[in-house]
Design a binder for this molecule. Structure first.
Ligand code: ASP
Ligand code: MG
Length: 467
């Protein structure tokens, strides 16, 4: 089978874990054609982001200290992971060149006093540039041929939307297959850095946080992989967050659309565009643990088998949101009100997570992240209060609870079960939405009610009995 294996940062952050990953890759390579995609090693991207923030605050010392931490972490890891001295020496040499480049970049950004989306993407790309070197070296260390390639080197071409770029798929397909196919045929295992590509001018771009998942499916589509496996520290998609529900279970099978919903609601963080490249060829994806390779994880396909069609598959929650209730008599029957509100929020780059409008049209309620709340209220007040809006009412610290499952579609009684259960548990519901796809029923409660709500629903729909 032609396989793309993507490893998340937590799967490759200790010497033992990297060696195990290399061994597993060696084992799989006997029967399969492989391409590997890697995230940055744990905490590295966070540190790089903090470097950019420190530069913005003109705190050069802090930026340099963080860069030093990254260097130390990778050097330590290289020394403890790679057994053959030749390979280790070469790896450390490459690392040193990258650290010099990283420090030069920090100097440059400090000197210019300029932290642009473009320079940030260049900075953030160091995480994956470093991780692929060590993973590839670990594979060579146990006697297999391997080559590290950055997203740019492998041929991922994107638009120039720095920080949130999209691949130009036709160009990318040509270039990536031209780079990878001969390597795979020669049994050289390519280890590709996720998250990163380059625009048509060769400037480094990124896909946004968690973008390595997206890289994996892009690569998979280019080389016509038969399956994509996302290897991380979780056993698969779960019926609920195991930190909240003790007897939550791994879901054996879900559909793409369900997985998209689950990814959006943070059941397991997956880059939201990850599924796009899979759709045309209906390539199956597995979400598996790199620590527990006996477990088959969750299979994501276009059409799950009949036995996997439970009404509700999972209950997830996202805490720390703010609810804004927007009121005004003149909103009633005035076309364009919603457009103005959402355009105003979009201009301020505020992501709206939930929307509802009552049929009398006198109020629109939206949910945004707590961290965006201040900005959202401020811009609405500035631009629209006293015009189309009469009043803004804000509630902080709210959680979204979402039930996901395509079997809810056309099933009578789901809502009554849900809200009956909330009433029994004395949980107050502030807002409700259900898309017409009936794939997702979401509602808003107080943060402090999150656990009670999730537990009650997990019980109500008997999710611990999912096979
Ligand atoms: N290293 C990047 C991040 O932490 C991309 C990824 O891990 O998928 O967001
Ligand atoms: Mg990651």
């Amino acid at each position: 089978m032609k396989l793309v294996l993507k490893y998340g940062g937590t799967s490759i952050s200790t010497p033992k874990d990297i060696q195990n990953v290399a061994k597993h890759i060696q084992f799989l390579s006997k029967q399969n054609k492989l391409a590997i995609v890697c995230s940055a090693i744990s905490d590295t991207t966070d540190d790089l982001i903090e470097i950019s923030q420190s530069i913005k605050k003109e705190n050069k010392k802090k930026a340099e200290l963080l860069a030093k931490n990254i260097a130390n972490r990778h050097q330590q890891l290289a020394k403890q992971t790679i057994k053959k001295s030749q390979i280790r020496k070469k790896l450390l040499q490459t690392f040193n060149e990258y650290f010099d480049e990283l420090n030069a970049l920090i100097d440059g950004m400090v000197l210019l006093g300029e932290v642009t989306p473009r320079s940030m993407d260049y900075l953030f790309s160091f995480g994956e540039r470093l991780s692929i070197q060590i993973i590839s070296a670990a594979i060579i260390d146990i006697g297999k041929k391997s080559i590290p390639l950055t997203g740019k080197e492998v041929g991922i071409v994107t638009d120039s939307n720095f920080g949130n770029s999209k691949p130009l798929m036709d160009t990318t397909r040509l270039r990536v297959s031209k780079t990878l196919d001969p390597l795979i045929d020669k049994k050289t295992i390519p280890v590709i850095g996720g998250f990163v590509g380059a625009d048509q001018h060769g400037h480094i771009t990124t896909f946004g946080r968690g973008g390595s998942d997206y890289s994996a499916t892009i690569i998979g589509s280019c080389i016509k992989a038969e399956e994509i496996w996302l290897m991380s520290d979780v056993d698969g998609l779960m019926t609920a967050d195991p930190k909240i529900v003790k007897n939550s279970k791994v879901l054996p099978e879900v559909s793409y659309i369900e997985a998209v919903e689950m990814a959006m609601f943070g059941a397991k963080q997956i880059h939201p565009r990850t599924f796009e490249p899979l759709l045309s060829k209906k390539t199956p994806m597995r979400i598996r643990s790199s620590f527990n390779t006996k477990n088959k994880g969750t299979l994501v396909t276009s059409s799950p088998s009949a036995s996997a069609k439970n009404t509700v598959k999972c209950v997830s929650s996202v805490s720390h949101n703010g609810l804004i209730d927007i009121r005004g008599g003149s909103m009633i029957g005035t076309p364009g009100t919603a457009a103005k509100i959402f355009a105003t929020l979009a201009d301020a780059s505020i992501n709206v997570m939930m929307i509802s409008q009552n049929p009398s049209e006198s109020s629109i309620t939206i949910v945004v992240k707590n961290t965006d709340l201040d900005k959202a209220v401020n811009i609405l007040e500035l631009e629209l209060l006293g015009k189309i809006i009469k009043k803004l009412e804000v509630t902080t610290d709210m959680a979204i609870i979402a039930l996901i499952g395509s079997g809810m579609r056309g099933t009578v009684g789901v809502a009554s079960k849900v809200f009956g259960s909330m009433a029994k548990n004395k949980v107050n519901v502030s807002m409700i939405t259900q898309g017409s796809s009936e794939l997702n029923l979401a509602f808003v409660v107080k943060n402090s009610d999150t656990k009670a709500a999730v537990k009650a629903l997990h019980e109500e729909f008997e999710l611990s009995k999912i096979n």
